[in-house]
Design a protein around this ligand. Structure first.
Ligand code: UDP
Length: 316
């Protein structure tokens, strides 16, 4: 492999998205440092990279001072619990990694003159009353609700990142990530896709929360990685939505997974979690115009690949 002489730090590098980003940057010839405290990430996601000369792993919590020897061209801040049950279990850590962690990494990027990209989220739009969500929409977030620890941490993360850009001239990028799926999601992370697939594979009923009329728009992980890669290398400093605008109700989504897996299980309806957003769909006009990006993998194809992966993981 031809190395390109550039060094990138990926925090949360052992997580679902972080590990796919490590793969991409390694493949492009970067020297990649994955940093993770393994609170939700797993070394299994990156063990195949350990033998490579252009890959290193630092076991570290970014809410503590972060040091990297030598030069550093890029920082991608992806460390954070990212599923509702995780941030409900770790509310303070979620707030700290988005605030103190981002502050430490901005300090590092100032010291090293690194370009800095943050993983923001569609959650900053809360339960949106503008639909689809454009980057201009300010959102509808309950700061003291159960999801507030994540949503407000990410909103603060955007604010401090823009402040460092404006006041210290840091070269920053902000990606707002919508629901993403694919291999290496944790089967027990509580999110709809791994929950439904695990239930189908293990022969349990499919748990739809509420009446299932709430919507989401699911993006396959390789499409997301491509969008992030392009944003990092672009010169656009304002937030950009990256997601697949193909919107579906959660009930329809459960039905698609039932059909794909051929399970005989049925849907059971359970209480809707507090502040669960009723609708979500990215407006990706900016990503198309600025990055020339749009998703390529349709849901049928992405779900099939993900299902095969989960079957292997569960030995079925
Ligand atoms: N959901 C569901 N059953 C589950 C897990 C989640 O019906 O077992 C619903 C959840 O209430 C939400 C949607 O699926 O309306 C997507 O939830 P997820 O946690 O995957 O993502 P997020 O809410 O963060 O978009």
């Amino acid at each position: 492999m031809e190395l390109n002489g550039k060094k990138v730090l990926i925090t949360g590098g052992a997580g679902f998205l972080g590990s796919h980003l490590c793969d991409r940057f390694v493949k492009e010839g970067y020297h990649v440092i994955a940093m993770d405290n393994l609170s939700t990430g797993s070394l299994k996601n990156i063990e195949h990279l350990f033998p490579l000369k252009n890959f290193e792993f630092y076991f570290h919590d970014v809410t503590k001072f972060v040091h990297i020897p030598g030069k550093l061209d890029y920082i991608l801040h992806f460390a954070s619990p990212a599923s509702p049950i995780d941030y409900l279990k770790m509310p303070i850590q979620t707030l700290k990694v988005g605030s103190l962690g981002t502050h430490n990494l901005l300090g590092l990027s100032k010291e090293k003159s690194s370009r800095f990209l943050i993983a923001s989220t569609s959650e900053i739009y809360g339960d949106p009353d503008v639909h689809p969500q454009t980057e201009e929409y300010w959102g509808n977030v309950n700061p003291i609700g159960p999801r507030g620890v994540y949503d407000e941490a990410k909103r603060f993360m955007e604010a401090i990142t823009m402040a460092y850009h404006t006041f210290h001239g840091i070269d920053t990028r902000i990606v707002r990530i919508f629901n993403t799926y694919g291999p290496r999601m944790r089967l027990d992370d509580g999110r709809a896709l791994p929950a439904f697939m695990k239930q189908a594979i293990e022969g349990h009923d499919i748990t739809v929360f509420g009446d299932g009329s709430q919507t989401r728009s699911f993006c396959y992980v390789s499409d997301l990685v491509e969008g992030i890669y392009r944003l990092l290398l672009s010169d656009y400093v304002y937030p950009v939505n990256i997601g697949n605008p193909n919107e579906i109700t959660i009930k329809q989504f459960a039905e698609e997974i039932i059909k794909l897996t051929g399970t005989k299980q049925k849907i059971v309806y359970m209480d809707l979690p507090t502040d669960d957003p009723k609708q979500r769909q990215p407006d990706i006009t900016k990503a198309k115009e600025i990055l020339g990006w749009e998703p390529k993998v349709d849901r049928a194809e992405g779900l099939k690949i993900t299902y095969e992966h989960f079957r292997k993981v569960l030995n079925k």
